[in-house]
Structure formats: C-alpha cells, structure tokens
Design a protein around this ligand. Structure first.
Ligand SMILES: *[C@@H]1O[C@H](CO)[C@@H](O)[C@H](O)[C@H]1NC(C)=O
Ligand SMILES: *[C@@H]1O[C@H](CO)[C@@H](O)[C@H](O)[C@H]1NC(C)=O
Length: 329
C-alpha cells in the first residue's frame, strides 16, 4: 500500500494540506451555530468531531473536549451537514446510511461512517506558502456554507456525484436524476477569506468571503480587501449509501431523496465549529508538502481509538428506521 501511494504520488503530487477521515459522532437535532441553545433544533444533522459538541458551544472548544472521532488527535472541531433521507412513494421516510469515503488515493483507515475533511492551502496538488501564509482559525470561530432556504439555484461549492462503483462521475449542481449503484457523493467547500475580525456574523457567513468561482479543489484566487486574511480552505466529503433504496424508486419518478428539512438538492448546507487544540492547526498549515501524514507536526490517532469517542444523546427521538414524518418537520 505504501509503495503504491508513493508511486501514485510521483504521478500526481499531492502535498497541499490535510485530508483525514472522521467517524460519525452523533445524528440528532442540534445546531450550536445556527440555533444555539435550541433543543431540539429545526432538523436532523450528521455530526462528526470532538466530544464538546453540545446545543451551546462557547469559548475554546479545543480546551474543553477530551476526545475526537477524527484521525487528527488534536482536532476537536465539529463538522456537520444536514442528514439525507429517502422518501418512499407511500409517504414514509428512511434515514440514508453513511459510508466512509474511500479517497481516490488511500483508504478510510477504519472510519465508522462519518465524513472526510480537507484543509487545503492552495489547491489539491500545491501549496503557495512562499507567496501567502495561511492563518489558522481562532478559538470560537464558526461558519456555515449554503442554506436550507435556498431552492432551485445551485450554490457555489456544493456538489453532488453519482457513484457507479469506484467511478465518481462528473460533479452536479443537484441530486442525480437516476439511481446510483454506489451511492451519492456530496462535497461542501467552505469559503477561505476572513475579515480578520469576527469569529462569527449574524448570518454565519458574511465574516467570510468565497473566492471559489468554479467547483472542485481549484487554486485559490487572492482574497479581497474586505476579507484579506487567507484561511485554510475547508471541505467535507460524504458518501450516502442510497443503494438499498434504488429498487423502491419507481422508474421515471423524480429523485426520491430529501435533506432532513424536507429540502431538495440546492438547499444543502454545512456547518463548521473550529476546535483544534492550541496552535496545532497553524503548525500543520505552516508546513508544505504534507498531504497525508499529518503534516509531520501534528498527532494522528488510530481510527479504532477515534471510534470510541462518543457523546450522550441530548435529543431523545427516533431519527432512523421508517418514519411517518421527518423529525421536526
Ligand atoms: C452541554 O450543555 C449543558 C447545559 O446547556 C451542560 O449541562 C452540559 O454539561 C454540556 N455538555 C458538554 C459536553 O459540554
Ligand atoms: C412504506 O413502505 C415501507 C417499505 O416497504 C414500509 O416499511 C412502510 O411501513 C410503508 N409506510 C406506509 C405508511 O405504508
């Protein structure tokens, strides 16, 4: 495996940031960024990361958490998206299981469901640290990308792919229109330019600026004067295992998957709560050529250890199995 990755690395050098798996921490109706203190929150989220996750999260998360479901042992951040549901023609809903991402280079290292997180410095194959320093997020920092209230219009940085075996297919603005034999792959790219002052903003977005013009892990254009500080570009990848529902999808019918707010494709969104301990993320971002190894400067843990990190359920309600309606809807 090691020899194979080295050989592939020679063909396509990948050295521009961090990529690591995080197992699922919890799936419930909580949202400490958009609805702090609200129990239960409006809709179900799929959440990974540190065990300080709670309805309310203030202060230095990296100092309060004691374990994380992520491979990077000093990363106590939380990462979440809406949960995907299958809507049966009979009106019932079923939660779509999540599979660990099998990255195109390397495996998921034993992650349990969850999602894969990237912190890139420039694009997938380069950093440009010689021209531009990357500034790590500060304790208390949070942001969102996308919005559940958007309908119709595709959102920059939010993408779908129809998996056919190992083939991911092209990036789409919205849910694939036919069944996917390998599940549905979703990507959420966050903006990377910060106003340099605010850890949050009323809409949880305007303290950041999105320079992404097309989608994918493209090179980062310069940050504008209003948001001059270049931060890591954070991206989540999730594989939704839709395969068990393909046979229940009548041919010719519109795609039967909905986000947990009863939303269709365009309304996808994701939330980020920074929680790296001390200067660990800054140390990683200051190093070049460090794609797979924790950047030589930060600690990794076995996913078998990460998988043991759990939290107590705060919202006690059924979110899985066949449901007559979506929780909270
Ligand atoms: C979560 O918040 C509640 C009160 O809002 C508090 O009692 C509890 O200790 C918190 N849990 C964690 C893990 O911070
Ligand atoms: C809808 O179909 C599923 C799968 O066959 C079944 O388990 C569920 O009970 C059905 N719901 C209703 C309301 O009939």
């Amino acid at each position: 495996m090691k020899r194979l990755s080295a050989a592939l690395a020679l063909i396509a050098p990948v050295q521009a940031g961090l990529r690591f798996p995080c197992s699922t921490l919890t799936t419930q109706r909580l949202d400490p960024v958009v609805q702090p203190g609200v129990i239960p929150a409006a809709h179900v989220h799929h959440i990974v990361g540190g065990n300080a996750f709670n309805a309310t999260m203030e202060g230095d998360v990296g100092e309060r958490a004691t374990c994380t479901t992520c491979q990077m042992a000093e990363d106590f951040s939380n990462y979440w998206t809406a949960q995907l549901y299958f809507k049966h023609p009979n009106g019932s809903y079923h939660r779509v299981p999540v599979l660990p991402v099998q990255p195109l280079l390397g495996g998921s290292d034993g992650a349990r469901s969850g999602l894969t997180v990237y912190y890139t410095q420039f694009d997938l194959s380069r950093d440009n640290l010689a021209q531009q320093k990357i500034t790590a997020f500060k304790p208390g920092f949070r942001m969102t990308v996308g919005s559940p209230t958007v309908t119709g219009k595709p959102q920059v940085g939010l993408r779908y792919q129809c998996l056919q075996g190992q083939n991911r297919g092209r990036e789409l603005d919205n849910f694939p229109t036919g069944p996917c034999s390998g599940g549905i792959f979703t990507t959420h790219h966050f903006p990377a330019c910060w106003d340099g002052k605010n850890l949050d903003s009323p809409d949880h977005q305007s303290h950041m600026y999105n320079t992404i013009r097309s989608d994918g892990f493209v090179s980062a254009p310069a940050c504008p004067a209003s948001h001059p500080v270049r931060m890591p570009q954070v991206t989540y990848e999730t594989v939704w295992d839709t395969t068990q529902f393909n046979s229940m999808w009548p041919s010719g019918a519109p795609n039967p998957f909905v986000w947990s707010f009863e939303g269709t494709g365009a309304g996808t969104h994701a939330d980020y709560m920074f929680g790296w301990k001390g200067d660990s993320l800054q140390r990683a971002m200051d190093k070049s050529e460090c794609f797979y190894d924790g950047c030589g400067a930060i600690k990794k843990q076995a996913m078998s250890v990460a998988n043991e990190c759990t939290i107590k359920e705060t919202v006690r309600e059924q979110t899985d199995g066949w449901l007559m309606k979506l929780p909270g809807q």
